[in-house]
Design a protein around this ligand. Sequence first.
Ligand SMILES: [Mg+2]
Length: 213
Amino acid sequence: MSHVVLATAGGVVLALADTINANRAWLSEIDGAIGDGDHGINMSKGFSLAAAALGKADGGLSAAFQTLGDTLLSGIGGSMGPLYGSFFLDLAATLGTAATLDAPLLSRGLHAGLASLEDLGSAKLGDKTLLDTLIPALTALDAAIAAGADFATALDAMSAAAEAGRDSTKDLVAKIGRAARLGERSRGVLDAGAASCCLILQTLAEALKQRLA
Ligand SMILES: [Mg+2]
């Protein structure tokens, strides 16, 4: 129960697309509170295009993440396309030609994705962005690995921390992007990117757990 065979795990990206599509209206509703209300529509479009490109074939996960990254980079508008696109491309590049995925390799891949987000934007922890989901989730994943947890337990820890991180954005004031112009009025609602990042990490965790060998 310690690794996932990457060659047959491309369906993980189809699971991500299903989750984003199922939450399309919710994500746009959250974005509409302090943004322009298009996050669900944009994300659903990008993930659907990637799922269509992948088809039903259960190919490799590295290639599937690359397809998803390429599609998000080129296929969706707004600021989130380049951010999530680069995130998944760097995750794909880290997995590379590895045969199996274990918790340390997942951590390296997600850290590479985080580094690309930090390169592209100026957001920091506490600025009410997707980083408020991703950074604590990665911290929890790394702590579980350091404590000797098995992969499933480490994924559960990542998932729980992602949710707590998402919820932390409700009390934060936006420092980045359109919502930052609202100042104090941005307090009291979730950040849409933090919400979609939580959906992505929790679905990733569940889909990987289903494929543990
Ligand atoms: Mg928007």
